[in-house]
Design a protein around this ligand. Structure first.
Ligand code: TXA
Ligand code: MG
Length: 351
């Protein structure tokens, strides 16, 4: 093997988001290239949403099945009519209240939206991100940027430019570095393309906040809902097996597992003096803080040299719903759970 490995040699350096860098990024997008950019949720893997060849490159880089649709990022809600048709009043109200911000709306697509973006579905996912670098890029580009999370399919989303570089650095023309993402988990997704609004993916914006705006209860995703890879049971997964354990049983679980192999723990309290865990990471007690640090934490635990990650389950309350969703999927998608078939036990309903 040669050193340094070719992947590192070819990998792009994250660029500070100067006006000049934004100009280069826009030129790369116009050429059909891929540009990773920060949003307030996670980093996106961007391509010109009107260029099917560019969009195909996203699927190729991520290793994502072509049938899984992409979110199109827009600079402002005023572009909605270019991308969606028969826009319901509820969409206008939600856009007014939460855009720019961590909310994705699924709407009936305008006829001009390429099949490559929607996976052939009759709907399209649209979001106006709030991050200043995403905004600068979108405004300078002047069109829609198709952008899934900038990770390999099924893996943990990136919340820093370095995460993107580690996973996809050799596939991109540019990575715009906007620092760590402040929300840390992917946007809330609400499907407004059917007869009743449905929550497809929980996020920072809660169902209660959405219901307060639209005045009707949100349904929950079922297997009849349109495909959303974020709602697959096995998703957002680290490489190591990850197990969720209740606070009450954490001590016993650690003791037993650590007698056989090296164990990394993500707990909600400091390490007890007697613990035989190899790595002990203390998670924030606040749900937003926990979400902000979750994916970076999982990446660190993944690289800890341990053989198993044990995570103390957060409280079963509304404010923790999005974090619990990601942790449950990480457990279902991680190596150990897949081996034992546990990935099939989680309902495919995005909650
Ligand atoms: O916060 C986010 O939403 C980030 C940032 C980069 O904006 N993006 C993101 O994209 O998480 P992605 O592709 O990793 O997840 C978007 C989810 C996928 O599960 C996709 O299947 C679903 O949205 N989706 C997109 N368009 C859809 C549609 N028309 N119908 C149903 N689901 C859709
Ligand atoms: Mg994703």
């Amino acid at each position: 093997m040669t050193w340094p490995p070719a992947r590192v040699l070819d990998s792009v350096e994250p660029a500070q988001p100067t006006d000049e860098a934004i100009g280069h990024a826009v030129a790369a997008l116009r050429r059909g290239g891929l540009v990773a950019f920060p949003t307030e949720t996670v980093y996106g893997l961007g391509a010109d949403a009107t260029n099917p060849a560019a969009v195909a490159r996203i699927f190729e880089a991520k290793g994502r099945p072509a049938s899984h649709p992409l979110i199109v990022h827009l600079a402002s809600a005023s572009a909605l009519p270019l991308w969606a048709r028969d826009i319901p009043e509820s969409a206008k109200l939600l856009a007014q209240k939460f855009w720019p911000g961590p909310l994705t709306l699924i709407l009936e697509r305008a006829p001009t939206v390429p099949d490559a973006v929607t996976g052939g579905q009759d709907s399209v996912g649209l979001r106006v991100p709030a991050h200043p670098v995403a905004q600068a890029l979108l405004q300078a580009f002047g069109g829609g940027i198709a952008g899934p999370s900038a990770n390999r399919f099924g893996r943990v989303s990136p919340t820093t430019a370095q995460h993107v570089r580690d996973e996809l650095g050799d596939r991109l023309e540019m990575i715009l570095d906007g620092g760590p993402c402040p929300v840390g988990i992917e946007s809330t997704i609400v499907d407004l393309s059917g007869s009743a609004p449905v929550l497809l993916r929980p996020g920072r914006i809660t169902p209660q906040e959405i219901e307060a705006v639209i005045g009707t209860p949100l349904g929950r995703a079922s297997s009849a809902s349109p495909r959303a890879s974020g709602t697959l049971a096995a998703h957002y997964a680290p490489r190591l097996p990850l197990r969720l354990v209740s606070g009450a049983t954490l001590d016993a679980a650690v003791r037993e597992a650590a007698s056989q192999r090296l164990v990394a723990v993500l707990a909600r309290h400091p390490r007890p003096g007697y613990s035989n865990a190899t790595v002990w990471m203390i998670a924030p007690l606040d749900a937003s803080e926990y979400a902000r640090l979750l994916y970076a934490g999982l990446r660190q635990l993944d690289e800890s040299g341990c053989a198993l990650i044990l995570v103390e389950a957060p409280p079963d309350t509304q404010d923790w719903a999005a974090v619990r969703d990601r942790l449950a999927r990480a457990a279902a998608g991680s190596a150990g759970a897949l081996e034992s078939g546990a990935a099939h036990r989680l309902p495919d309903n995005g909650t």
